[in-house]
Design a protein around this ligand. Structure first.
Ligand code: AHR
Length: 515
């Protein structure tokens, strides 16, 4: 068994971990909203105001801080006025991006905010730039946030009251379009920047400070970032109504969701780790224009993207989720924690039944995926101080086969090396209220690892408790066996200023230590 040594000093903090790094994303896509979240008040499936009780409870356990809605690509073809007023009278539209299915608009603004309140999360709305108008976006904000809905108030606020909310909905986070380099209008960075400036010129808080988020690049496309900010800052005069800039990174797949070789296990984990260079390089590109970091780096879509589950609608992006997805989620969240000075929000795609979902449903059945359990286990990092830590761990090296293996994305990408490597153990640490919280991954497919953690700075260790999520590399939860991969207690030994534990192969661990 190999040994990994970790050194950290509880006094050496990087920054506070923004809770919104643990955010989610729910799009009108496949069975995410309808079936997944919403079943309607008359459903035999237990619900609160039409929203599945089991999903609300699961997201509460994960302490979901923020949920992005209504898309994704859907957002740039969504007209918010379709989703207000009596449900029976709402127009039925075609969801052009996701299978051309009929969208009933039964979940609209009021419903989605209600869902967020039930979960305890903030709503983050994405406005329509691709096929909308600046007026539509400013009216939506007025409908949500203008305080006075009485006789002397505004017509949109009165409409909100008529729809059931005399009080403002106080939606703080507003995206100005989604993937506007692609499905959101196929803009160049300069053209999108012009649109962004125009839309954001009419965005008003109506008494509250909004968080206005611009569309960032696909993956780590530095050119998009540089050209967007160059235009923003050099064109006529600088424009300031911008608080965030959102990149998207999907690490994709290797094999399928549940069928992959050991090589494909490593290949996907290695691709997931590229999030770190994205965060560092995108922030550096932004720093050139925004050295004070007034504009936050957001990753408002990320996750695995496997071929869809056999027998399901290919446009619905339904996929299973194994311990490999849990390792991707944990490694990514650890990257965000380690770069708490750079990342202000991140939203995994997507909440229920789509891509790397935290929960899957089938009729009245529901299961928490291994990824969902990672969110439960990692919740204590939210709002804690991220600590710098040094990890001495062996590298895992693996050879890549340059042939299609079990699926379409396994061939080498242009420029990709034949040899791959990744650290055996990685993780992050944080401190809140004299409690040290450490999360770790062991990416080795078959070997356990001994871990010794040395605490510097004279820290005294009190009680410690650990949890671990592990399994054979294909392990996953099914509706018939929903508890194949669930957190188990992990033995943690403490002596003086040292912590010892053993990570099983293919595992994610969380350890809390009282200092
Ligand atoms: O999450 C699925 C889709 O992926 C989103 O709609 C889009 O923004 C991205 O390309």
């Amino acid at each position: 068994m190999t040994t990994t040594r970790i050194t950290l000093n509880p006094n050496d903090s990087i920054a506070t971990i923004n809770p919104n790094i643990y955010g989610h994303f729910a799009e009108h896509l496949g069975r995410c909203i309808y079936d997944g979240i919403w079943v309607g008040e008359d459903s035999p499936i237990p619900n609160i105001d039409g929203f599945r009780t089991d999903i609300i409870e699961a997201l509460r356990r994960m302490k979901a801080p923020i949920i992005r809605w209504p898309g994704g690509c859907f957002a740039d073809d969504y007209h918010w006025q379709d989703g207000i007023g009596p449900r029976s009278q709402r127009p039925r539209r075609i969801n052009i991006h996701w299978g051309e299915v009929v969208e009933s608009n039964h979940v609209g603004t009021q419903e989605f905010v209600r869902f967020c309140r039930l979960v305890g999360a903030e709503p983050y709305f994405c406005g329509n730039v691709g096929s909308g108008t600046p007026r539509e976006l400013r009216d939506w904000i007025e409908y949500c946030n203008f305080p006075d809905s009485g006789p002397n108030g505004s017509t949109w606020a009165q409409q909100r009251a008529a729809d059931g909310s005399p009080e403002p909905l106080n939606v703080r986070y507003w995206g100005v379009g989604n993937e506007n380099w692609g499905c959101g209008g196929n803009f160049s960075p300069e053209d999108y920047c012009t649109e962004f400036r125009r839309y954001a010129s009419f965005v008003r808080g109506f008494g509250m400070k909004l968080n206005v988020i611009a569309c960032g690049p696909a993956n780590n496309d530095i050119e998009w970032t540089d050209r967007f900010f160059r235009k923003l800052n050099k064109d006529y005069w600088p424009f300031n109504n911008i608080d965030g800039f959102a990149a998207h990174y999907y690490c994709g797949t290797a094999g399928t969701a549940t069928e992959y070789t050991e090589e494909e296990w490593y290949r996907l984990l290695e691709k997931a780790l590229r999030m770190e260079e994205l965060v560092v390089q995108q922030r550096a590109a932004m720093d050139a224009w925004d050295p004070q970091r007034r504009i936050g780096l957001v990753i408002d879509e990320w996750g695995t993207w496997h071929p869809v589950e056999k027998g399901t609608n290919p446009a619905f992006l339904y996929q299973q989720n194994t311990i490999r997805d849990a390792l991707v989620a944990a490694s990514t969240l650890d990257i965000f924690n380690r770069h708490a000075d750079k990342v202000v929000m991140a939203n995994i795609a997507q909440t229920v039944n789509v891509l790397q979902a935290v929960v899957l449903t089938e009729g009245e059945k529901m299961l928490v995926t291994p990824t969902g359990y990672v969110y439960e286990m990692y919740a204590r990092h939210q709002g804690a101080k991220s600590l710098r830590m040094r990890v001495d761990t062996p590298e895992i090296s693996f050879k890549k086969t340059n042939v299609l293996q079990s699926s379409w994305q396994s061939a080498l990408q242009p420029g990709e090396k034949m040899e791959g490597s990744l650290p055996t153990v990685a993780g992050s640490a944080s401190l809140k209220d004299d409690k040290l919280f450490l999360t770790l991954t062991n990416s080795h497919a078959s070997d356990a690892v001994e871990v010794a953690v040395d605490l510097l700075g004279g820290a005294k260790i009190g009680k410690a408790a650990g949890q671990v999520l592990s399994g054979e590399i294909h392990a996953h939860n099914t509706f018939d066996a929903p508890e194949q991969v669930i957190p188990q207690p992990l033995a943690v030994d403490c002596e003086d200023a040292q912590i010892h534990l053993t990570l099983p192969p293919a595992s994610v661990a969380a350890v809390e230590v009282q200092l």
